[in-house]
Each structure stands twice: as C-alpha cells, then as structure tokens.
Ligand binder design. Structure first.
Ligand code: TXA
Ligand code: MG
Length: 326
C-alpha cells in the first residue's frame, strides 16, 4: 500500500515537524511499527518510556539512515558488525555495539552499548533522511504486550495519546516481516544472538562464511539474556489466556477432547515467512474473538529458520503450552 509519492512527501514533512516539536511518531518498519523520538531530545525519549509504560532499564533501539550514521553512534565498530551491516541492512537485524559517549544513557538504559539498525521500509527511510537525526524507537505497543504490525494496531494501543496529538501515526501498510529484528551483540571475534528475529542464525553464519571469517555465532543462554533486558519471559502477552499447541493437524485432532469446544482455533501457515507476517495479527485476533481462549498450531520445521523467532514469541505469549514444545 505505497502511498502516492507527493502524498507521502507531505506525510513525511508532517512527521518530521512532529518529531522536531518533541512529539512521537508511530513509524512503520518491515518488522513491526516503532514509537519513534529524536535521540537528541531527552524529553521526547522520556515520553516514549512513559507512553509505553516501559521500565527505564530496558534500552531502546536507535534507527539510522545509513552505515555512516550508525558508526557515529558507536565508540568502536567491530568487524563482525561491519560484515552484518553490509550483508543485511536495511533489514531486520539490530547490531549491539560499544556506545559513543554522545548517545544518551536514557536510550541505552545506562549500558555501555547501543543497539542500532537501518529499517527496510520506504517511509521509515524517508523519515530518517528528512530528520537527519537518528530515531530511537521501541515497538509501538504497551510494555509486555503484542507488537503492532498495522497502523490500526497502533491506534488501538494508544487512543488517548493519538487524540491528544502526542503521537502521530504514519500509516505504511502491514509490516512485511512481522516479527521484530534479530538482536545481535557484536564482539571482536564472535557474536551473540540476544533475541531471535527476522534474520536467522543460518543467514548470519553464511554471511560470515562468505566474508572469509570464522566468527563464532552463539545464542544467548537464559542468563546472558539479561543482557537484552527487555526480552522478558512474559512478553508479547495477549490479554486473554492463550493456549499454544505445537503439532500437526492430526495431533490436534487427538487432543481436541482435552481442549474442549470453547477453544477458538487459529492456525498459522506452514510457510514460516507467512506465519511470521501474520503472527501478531493472529494473536490480536485471538484476543478479540469470542471463545474462552485461543489456540495456535502449526507444523514445526527442524531447520534454524524463522520458526525460531516465531517459537520464541509464541512461548512468551502463551499461558498454556501443549504438544512438542520446541
Ligand atoms: O524490529 C525491531 O527491532 C523493532 C522495530 C521498531 O525496529 N523494535 C523493537 O524494539 O522490537 P523493542 O524496544 O520492542 O525491543 C528492543 C530489544 C529489547 O529487548 C532491548 O532490551 C534490546 O532490544 N536492546 C536494545 N538495546 C540493547 C543493548 N544496548 N543491549 C542489549 N539489548 C538491547
Ligand atoms: Mg517490543
């Protein structure tokens, strides 16, 4: 749903003005919508935390227009980050690198590092080029709740702030990836995946291989996950209890008696790219439809692909987990 270019130009102007005035912009990206503020306006950054109800210990991702701007936020730029930036930006991967002293502690929550990415969405990129200032943006949802993948999702999260004019919603259609970016801590000779997301571990490994480096890629253990402070156990929670069943249609048939008739069934696509794209809209639908709870089921593939991110979000969203829990 790409708006006409003249039309989108005036939308970008309007959004730029709002940001300059210290207001927030719900910015479409290929992963999910972000709630953006200019990184040089501390009051606007504080408003992001307040509006979301987000604890101050959970750092924000900074969105930039190009690699040069990313480097200006970093105290040092590890080779691992350089390879991943060239391989995947603009795209769904956030690189956590040593923070330059100019980046406010409000954004990094006092950590010595900053998470940076270039989003792959025409409107987000136009906005970033127009502001000439990086934009800090967490997902545009209340803390702990399901991320928004449409402008309407954002509108239903923050009706009052939008009515007040504190948030301007930039409608860029449905997010094409549908799950958040992969968050990767970039060290000199190895990287650590803090949150699985739109770029898979296999893709990261093959980018290093192509570059001729043998950097180690590991996934954060539960303990090290504290390094990605926002990624808590009960994140992405719908308000209604959600039962997730991992398994085939045949297996769910066997369990139907156990589940009872009041369950509203929502089936994810077998294609992980489609399942990821539809995931959050499905969770929101599960929340609004009648029925005691909802269940989501699908066939899990065994490769290290997008299912890793989908499984991660479903596990955090579920109050009951059934079947072959990955
Ligand atoms: O796809 C995405 O990443 C979306 C779009 C809007 O870009 N943003 C997003 O932001 O999901 P948020 O704030 O909902 O999640 C950011 C995650 C949090 O778990 C946070 O703890 C982690 O990234 N993070 C940010 N900066 C970090 C840092 N310096 N070190 C470790 N983790 C960091
Ligand atoms: Mg979030």
């Amino acid at each position: 749903m790409a708006p006409h270019s003249q039309q989108s130009e005036s939308l970008i102007d309007e959004a730029k003005t709002a940001l300059d005035l210290g207001r927030l912009v719900a910015m479409p990206t290929e992963t999910v919508y972000g709630l953006a503020a200019k990184i040089n306006l501390p009051e606007a950054i504080k408003m992001v935390f307040q509006t979301k109800g987000r604890p101050s210990f959970d750092p924000l991702i900074v969105h930039v227009a190009d690699i040069q701007q990313a480097k200006s936020l970093a105290r040092s730029w590890p080779t691992t980050a350089d390879i991943l930036a060239h391989a995947f930006w603009p795209g769904p991967i956030t690189l956590v690198v040593p923070k330059a002293p100019t980046v406010s502690d409000l954004i990094s929550s006092g950590l010595d590092t900053v998470g940076i990415r270039i989003p792959n969405h025409m409107l987000a990129l136009s906005l970033l080029r127009a502001t000439k200032t990086p934009l800090a943006a967490p997902s545009a949802n209340r803390f702990g709740k399901t991320s928004p993948t449409t402008a309407d999702h954002v509108r239903s999260e923050f009706p009052e702030a939008i009515l007040n004019g504190d948030i301007l919603v930039l409608d860029g259609g449905s997010s094409q990836v549908g799950v958040e970016s992969t968050v990767v801590k970039c060290n000199e000779n190895e990287v650590l995946i803090l949150r699985p997301g739109g770029i898979t571990q296999t893709e990261i490994e093959s980018a290093f291989q192509k570059s001729g480096h043998r950097f180690r890629v590991s996934t954060a253990t539960q303990n090290a996950k504290a390094a990605s402070p926002g990624h808590t156990e009960h994140h992405y929670m719908p308000s209604k209890p959600l039962t997730v069943f991992w398994g085939s249609h045949a297996e769910i048939e066997q369990h139907r008696a156990l589940l009872g008739p009041e369950f509203k069934e929502i089936v994810l696509s077998d294609d992980s790219r489609i399942a990821a794209r539809e995931l959050y809209a499905s969770l929101r639908m599960a929340d609004t439809e009648n029925g005691k709870t909802a269940i989501i089921l699908y066939r899990k593939s065994t490769s290290k692909d997008l299912w890793e991110a989908i499984d991660d979000r479903l596990k955090r969203a579920a109050s009951h987990r059934l079947g072959q829990i990955p």
